[in-house]
Write a protein that binds this ligand. Structure first.
Ligand code: ZN
Length: 153
């Protein structure tokens, strides 16, 4: 069956960055299952999979505009250290979730100063070209319930 709107698609994938490092992979896990055409996965990957068949292998590089967007330097901010009360040791690279007006946001610690912590609110993959290697494991019709929920079950 072909990948198209309103199909539930299961894929195994490996995701690499420009340096060829593996960022994420479904190897050893259940495949990623999503509802095609519902914006469940990044637009560039969804486009690349459209029209492909179960059993097919797809290699695709997705530019930031069709992945997690470009980096926005204004999302790098210094916050008072008191905001991290209860955290034993704050170190660069640590990630925290923060509730913001636009939903949950992941903040990555960039630098720890005497009384301030510099955090980056960009998605960790913002500004990156993503290289996917995908095997389409299964394509099936979505159920009425899945269509009404907008995701695969
Ligand atoms: Zn549901």
């Amino acid at each position: 069956m072909q990948v198209s709107e309103n199909k539930v698609v299961s894929i195994h994938y490996t995701l690499k960055n420009d340096a060829g490092e593996i960022i994420d992979s479904s190897t050893g896990r259940d495949p990623l299952t999503y509802l095609h055409g519902a914006g469940n996965i990044i637009p560039g990957l969804e486009k690349a999979l459209a029209g492909k068949d179960s059993g097919e292998h797809v290699d695709v590089s997705v530019a930031p505009e069709e992945a997690y967007g470009s980096r926005n330097e204004s999302l790098i901010q210094a916050v008072p250290k008191e905001a991290f009360e209860g955290v034993d040791k704050i170190e660069p690279g640590m990630q925290f979730q923060a509730q913001t007006p636009s939903g949950m946001q992941v903040l990555t610690v960039v630098e720890v100063k005497d009384d301030e912590v510099v955090v980056d609110g960009n998605h960790p993959l913002a500004g990156q070209t993503l290289h996917f290697s995908v095997d389409i494991a299964e394509v099936r019709e979505a159920t009425e319930e899945e269509l009404s929920h907008g995701h695969a079950h």
